[in-house]
Write a protein that binds this ligand. Structure first.
Ligand code: HEM
Ligand code: FES
Length: 599
């Protein structure tokens, strides 16, 4: 009798499995980043990584969900099921990397806790197009975490297999949440039909495989009524040597195995993870579960020592070449007399039975598995290239991160601090902001109208300029230069999008639209000057810095309206080379049903 099995410990097959998965992931991430840099050179590395990890996690989630039905439809996929839990943990890790990067990028360095920001920065729970998609991702990540944390057999043993299985069915909830996260999030901004098609194909394949497997199972799941002492189970000829026939008796699945001229009936439900024991094979006198190789002795349904799992046994008889089974289960581990039957002549095909803890897989199966792995690796390279090539153009906007320069000029403090840089090619008004999601510090107001030298990193998107100041206080310089007064261009009605100027001018890409909405809300709450971006009839963009009717800052009153189309009537004013819109917060209205234009 085999006592050498250890389904959960590390072994060669598991190491091979994990190695292939990690190689596939590296290929996927490498192809995404490589294709991203080649095809979208204006993208930022942060966005590239967020997208690479997010789509990678969703790709893996599809693989995890497809393995179950594939293994039910074709037993050659069973080896993929052997280590599926590691695949689940790796999926969670990818989701965590994506969610972690997204939280740092869009929610950190603001005026509220980043997790609170994920849940509250977009308040549009009333709109499908504007629906807060990031909390859906957070909920999915929470579920994937619970499943990864309880994936060890310690939890399986303590929770019991049925409860553990029920808990792990939550993977379908996580999948649904991620699909909504993507459909209501990035797909509202990245509108190339290929991207929506990829999501739909994934959904269709996962749903279709589950439906097919369920139909197949239902057809094969002949339920026998438990009438009388013994029920007619099947014809003897239906059970090959060292294999089993499976039937439901009054809703309970029973497997009758044939081995060396004897018949044995056991519960079909493996005690490990409720795997279909009867789809396994007899090896050394034990029924071996096809999922992870747990073994049960045919005579009494008990695992060979030192293992302790046991399944119920059933009395079985043969009459006139029919197999009869007593529907009353005997307590798990009860030894029963087997029924006699002649040994089946044809030995079951031994070449397709995979036992994960054995050193090697049967050669024919291994060759087939190699082809499946190659196909998956090809997909891991082709899919990111397809996704990257379908993403939209990124703006000509730049953040000279890491290059600190000095700028000299006159500082104007209201409504938002601006440095009117005097010299050289950079002679232009530069909006001033701080590190993170914060507007310029209040002390700058005392320097209103003075010449100063300030140091910081340039942010630019033509025709606008901005400086992210260093912590060093600007130095006062001699001399004065006068600024002009405001000049009114009259009251106008404008339709456009309210954005935070810092991200839009180059710190993030996309720095506008639905994916960026929560970040824009945080930036504007933190005092970053809000911009109204208006496309004129010819498609050119006009950028107006938004202030109140008296030229005071009003960003915090507009946070609920960011990143979606609004219309406003107010006074347009030019002042020292910048265009301002003066309006009361109440003058801004949402434009019902309007879509968004690309970055
Ligand atoms: C804390 C949890 C999460 C947050 C805050 C979050 C945030 C985001 C954000 C901001 C985007 C749009 C980024 C862009 O402009 O491209 C996005 C997109 C996406 N997310 Fe998440 N996400 C979370 C969890 C997840 C999880 C668990 C998955 C998958 C298992 C996932 C899969 C995706 C995918 C496939 C995309 C589209 C690709 C992309 O745009 O990056 N997300 N997520
Ligand atoms: S061995 Fe894991 S379910 Fe049977």
């Amino acid at each position: 009798m085999t006592v050498g099995y250890k389904a959960v410990g590390w072994n060669r097959q598991k190491k091979l499995y994990d190695g292939v998965v990690l190689a596939g992931l590296l290929l996927y991430l490498g192809a995404f980043v490589g294709a991203g840099l080649a095809l979208s050179p204006k993208i930022t590395i942060e966005t590239l990584l967020i997208r690479a990890f997010g789509t990678g996690a969703l790709f893996l989630l599809h693989v995890v969900l497809m393995i179950g039905p594939l293994a039910r439809l074709d037993r050659r996929f069973l080896p993929l099921l052997y280590n599926r839990r590691h695949l689940g943990v790796i999926t969670f890790s990818m989701g965590l990397a994506h969610g972690g990067f997204a939280i740092v990028q869009f929610h950190a360095l603001g005026n509220v806790n980043p997790l609170v920001s994920v849940l509250t920065s977009n308040p549009r729970w009333d709109s499908l197009a504007q629906f807060p998609f990031q909390p859906l991702g957070l909920a999915a990540l929470g579920i994937l975490f619970l499943m990864a944390a309880t994936s060890h057999d310690f939890w399986l043993a303590n929770l019991t297999a049925p409860t553990w299985k029920r808990l792990h069915l939550a993977v379908y909830v996580a999948y649904g949440l991620v699909v909504l996260h993507v459909a209501l999030g990035v797909l509202q901004h990245e509108t190339h039909p290929i991207l929506a098609a990829v999501l739909l194909v994934g959904l269709g394949v996962v749903g279709g495989l589950h439906l097919l497997a369920a139909l197949r199972e239902r057809r094969g799941d002949r339920n026998l009524a438990p009438a009388g002492d013994f029920v007619d189970f099947c014809a003897l000829a239906e059970i090959p040597e060292d294999r089993a026939a499976i039937r439901s008796i009054g809703g309970e699945r029973v497997a009758v195995f044939r081995h060396q001229g004897k018949l044995f009936a056991l519960s079909n439900v493996c005690q490990h993870q409720n795997g279909p024991l009867g789809e396994g094979r007899v090896v050394n006198g034990c029924a071996v579960c096809p999922w992870h190789g747990y073994e049960y002795r045919l005579a009494d349904g008990a695992s060979p020592p030192p293992f302790t799992e046991k399944v119920p046994t059933f009395q079985v008889r043969v009459e006139d070449d029919r197999v009869l089974v007593d529907p009353k289960p005997h307590p798990a581990g009860t030894e029963l007399e087997p029924a006699r039957a002649e040994r089946a002549s044809d030995e079951a095909d031994r070449d397709d039975f995979y036992i994960g803890y054995q050193k090697t897989a049967p050669p024919a199966l291994a060759a087939w598995l190699r082809r499946v792995v190659v196909a998956l690796l090809v997909l891991a390279v082709a899919l990111p290239i397809l996704l990257v090539s379908a993403q939209g153009e990124f703006a000509d906007s730049y953040f000279e991160f890491g290059t600190v320069k000095e700028f000299e000029g006159r500082l104007a403090a209201t409504p938002y601090p601006v440095l009117h840089v005097e010299a050289g090619s950079d002679s232009a008004p530069h909006l001033l902001v701080e590190f993170g999601k914060r507007g310029a510090r209040d002390e700058l107001r005392e320097l209103d109208g003075r010449r100063v030298r300030a140091s910081g990193q340039l942010i630019r998107r033509d025709p606008l300029r901005m400086i992210e100041l260093t912590a060093e206080a600007p130095a006062l310089l001699d001399g004065v230069t006068g600024g002009g007064g405001p000049s009114s261009l009259g009251r106008q009605t404008l339709t456009g999008e309210i954005l935070d100027s810092k991200c839009y001018l180059g710190v993030m890409k996309p720095g506008r639209g639905k994916p960026h909405r929560a970040c824009a809300a945080r930036c504007i709450s933190g005092g970053i000057p809000p911009l109204l971006v208006v496309a004129d009839g010819g498609g050119d963009l006009r950028h107006l810095v938004i202030s109140g009717e008296q030229g005071e800052p009003i960003g915090s009153k507009l946070v609920h309206l960011v990143a979606e189309p609004v219309t406003v009537r107010g006074e347009v004013v030019t002042l020292d080379g910048l265009l301002y819109l003066r309006a009361a917060a109440a003058d801004f209205q949402r434009v019902a049903g309007a879509g968004e234009s690309s970055d």
